[in-house]
Design a protein around this ligand. Structure first.
Ligand code: GLC
Length: 752
């Protein structure tokens, strides 16, 4: 409408009202299309116009990543896309393979372990906003991410997609991400709900866990996302209490939709639906990726055979089931549509913008964790020649890893990033070891030729020789996105570095005093050489800007401020998960009659209970290699005495504050962590638990007071018998630290 016309219309309307005439509605179509109406009115109007067949069609896929809309009413299809780190390349209608588009090369953002390691909720908001813009621009309505499963064992192949071992950190970081995505009229689909903490036998493992552990450790990040307004949740493949989690009465109806009042949609994981009756009644709303019984995988008309397709229709037509559940599913899906593709805001997003690359670079650099820097050999300085060693210095990491694999518009390798950042320095390269020479996933190829003819011994000898005369040696290795490394579908088979890397590192440590080891991984790894290496950097899968982010930190352009989102144990057996019953589980007496045949369901017990991560190491007084929340800086910080706003409280709401000073020569950021201890509790509780943190940026010499607001929730444990959170009266201690193992002060107060 032209401005003048609009003004006339507005004037006419105003005059009509002043003369007492009813204002002519600006829209005379059906209510569901009236963008001035609230979503719920549009939902009810659309639902009232739909047939049973149309409602059923909404509840299941019509293609690999889309479900039907209502063509007759002009209600659009729902399009989903992976993944949590970037928008997956377009696939064929009914195949995982690529559609061969030329307009879908995306920005690859850092893996979520890196985001978690930044401990910066404002970066989580930036992350969600920019990835949401890319999803919207690619006309996707549901982003299948973020993943927030808790890091329970360092062997889980998908930990790189998640946000670490602590429920409070994950819960704090997931909300801004979700809200950032959704401000683009794109639904975040938080996954994998719940208890999907491994890849081994992920389709048929039944998890047994006590209620207190479920509520204190494995649910908080999901609950925070729902409380933060998430529009979608993805059910996980595994089972809980003997029910598949894509249609689980306990997790979906009782907890998610019941206790938490979730009004969004529950989307199955791809292939996670196994039964029509359970899918109808146990809280599932949208079925994707099924290879329904009796049909081969990927058969083009399989969609009509989906559990919520013809089988559902037949049950309704025969009167075997009513339409109450169907209307609830349809309402939720219509609500999703009016929040996304039919949202009056009509956002259009952006794709591979300079701002997106800048965000990727910033998040990556802020997530990198400086683990060791003896003699302050970092940041690099005064070098004329630097030797870079290791396959991970050149290997593309945006391809592979499973469903989060991407077709990135570009990916700056660590080697290229360093060369670009050090123009006057001779940067030479040696392979060091051969890891995964492949480079293709689901039809996306890296195009790299990583073939190598030299033996392992020759590669080491060549690297050691090249180290002579170099001012620095930077080893860049770790894991990668190939099977049995950091990848979906399988778990790691060892805690130590693969491909004989320890020998390469030992040889380089013996050959050169200024060795920097950069570990690229999404999981903790063993570091037997830790005492022989002066500088160690935990790098992550940082996506398109990986090389720039790493170079920014190694050169000092960015002062590292990341903190570990999970513990690095010295040895795997130091951790809480030790027995086959705990991981990966043992065959029980139930079988899964799958389209692959009869499969024994594994029974797995989380017998370590709430003692996951630092909770375990502190309870058992086992020293880790590097503790949760640990990370160094190129500057130093001093903490003053923490203060508490009151020494007695009746509702737990106290403010704890602490002055922090940058006592070094360069600007930097410190993540101040607040842990709560309950020394008088009637139940066993961890030594302390993270209940607050804040990242503070300080110029040299600058002091700021950091404070967090605790609440009754911060003091509570989950009482399974009462099925309620309980904060017991008595003394509480708040320990303020630079990591879980570096407490700089504490205060106490009493809860009356
Ligand atoms: C995969 C993953 C899930 C992904 C979905 C679609 O199996 O478990 O994270 O979003 O299927 O690719």
């Amino acid at each position: 409408m032209k401005p003048l016309t609009f003004a006339c219309a507005a004037l006419a309307a105003a005059m009509a009202v002043s003369c007492g005439q009813p204002v002519k509605k600006s829209f005379d179509g059906p209510a569901y299309l009236d963008e001035s109406l609230p979503v719920e009115e549009r939902v009810e109007d659309a639902l009232s116009r739909m047939t049973t067949e149309e409602k059923v069609a909404l509840t299941h896929a019509q293609s690999k990543f889309s479900s039907a809309g209502v063509p007759r009413l002009g209600i659009p299809e729902v399009w989903c896309t992976d993944g949590p780190h970037g928008i997956r390349a377009e696939v064929l209608w009914d195949e995982w393979d690529q559609a061969g588009w030329t307009s879908d090369s995306c920005t690859a953002f850092p893996a979520l372990t890196a985001l978690a390691a930044s401990w910066d909720p404002s970066l989580a908001g930036l992350y969600g906003t920019v990835i949401g813009e890319e999803a919207r621009y690619r006309k996707k309505d549901v982003l299948l991410g973020p993943g927030v499963n808790i890091y329970r064992t360092p062997l889980n192949g998908r930990n790189f997609e998640y946000m670490g071992e602590d429920p409070f950190l994950a819960a704090t970081m997931v909300v801004p991400y979700v809200q950032g995505v959704q401000r683009n009229n794109v639904a975040a689909c938080v996954k994998h709900y719940a208890l999907n903490n491994q890849e081994t036998a992920r389709f048929f493992t039944n998890v047994t866990v006590d209620d207190r552990t479920l509520y204190e450790i494995y649910l908080p990040a999901f609950k925070a996302a729902v409380d933060g307004g998430a529009w979608a949740i993805m059910g996980s493949y595994n089972l809980y209490k003997g029910q598949w989690n894509c249609h689980n009465q306990y997790l979906l109806n009782d907890i998610l939709k019941g206790e938490w009042g979730f009004d969004g949609v529950v989307i199955s994981d791809w292939g996670g639906v196994h039964d029509t009756d359970q899918a109808i009644t146990n809280g599932l709303d949208m079925e994707f990726g099924s290879w329904t019984n009796g049909l081969t995988m990927g058969k083009t008309n399989a969609y009509d055979s989906y559990f919520l397709a013809n089988p559902y229709l037949e049950r309704i037509r025969s009167g075997q089931v009513g339409t109450t559940e169907l209307d609830d599913k349809a309402r939720r899906i219509l609500r999703l549509i009016f929040r996304t593709s039919m949202n009056p805001e009509h956002k259009t997003g952006r794709f591979t913008s300079p701002e997106h690359y800048a965000a990727a670079r910033k998040i990556g650099a802020e997530g990198i964790v400086l683990l060791k820097n003896d003699g302050g050999i970092l940041p690099l300085r005064g070098a004329k020649k630097i030797l870079v060693v290791g396959e991970n210095a050149i290997k593309m990491m945006t391809v592979g890893g499973g469903s989060s694999s991407l077709k990135a518009q570009h990916e700056v390798s660590p080697l290229d990033g360093l060369r670009e950042a050090l123009p006057g320095v001779e940067v030479v390269y040696e392979r060091g070891y051969v890891g995964d020479a492949g480079g293709e996933y689901n039809g996306v190829s890296t195009g790299q030729d990583l073939s190598e003819k030299r033996s392992a011994a020759q590669l080491i000898a060549d690297a050691v020789k090249a180290a002579q005369g170099a001012d620095y040696v930077i080893y860049i290795g770790g894991l990668n996105k190939s099977d049995y490394q950091d990848a979906e579908g399988n778990d790691r088979q060892q805690y130590g570095l693969p491909y004989g890397q320890d020998a390469v590192i030992e040889a380089l440590a013996a050959a050169h005093s200024k060795l920097v080891v950069v570990n690229i991984s999404g999981n903790a790894v063993a570091m037997p050489w830790v005492s022989r290496v002066p500088a160690i950097v935990q790098d992550w899968y940082l996506g398109s800007e990986a090389g720039h982010s790493l170079a920014d930190v190694l050169t000092g352009a960015v002062n590292p401020s990341g903190k570990l989102p999970f513990t690095f144990p010295v040895a795997l057996e130091d951790g809480p998960v030790k027995t086959p019953e705990q991981f990966p589980g043992l065959p029980g007496d139930k079988t899964w009659e799958s389209s692959f045949g009869s499969v024994p369901i594994l029974e797995e017990t989380y017998s370590e209970g709430i003692y996951v991560g630092y909770r375990w190491f502190e309870a058992k007084q086992v020293a880790p290699l590097f503790p949760f929340g640990y990370g160094l800086s190129y500057t130093t910080f001093a903490y003053g005495d923490p203060k508490v706003s009151k020494t007695v409280t009746t509702d737990g709401s106290v403010t704890v504050s602490v002055p922090v000073t940058n006592t070094g020569a360069v600007a930097g950021a410190e993540v101040v962590q607040f842990y709560v201890a309950d020394p008088e509790s009637s139940v066993d509780r961890p030594v302390k638990e993270l209940k607050g943190f804040d990242k503070v940026f300080l110029q040299p010499g600058e002091t700021k007071t950091v404070s967090v607001q605790l609440t009754r929730e911060s003091l509570s444990f989950f009482d399974a018998a009462k099925h309620a959170w309980v904060a017991e009266p008595g003394r509480f201690d708040v320990l303020v630290g630079a990591s879980s193992a570096d407490i700089r002060g504490s205060v106490s107060f009493e809860l009356k």
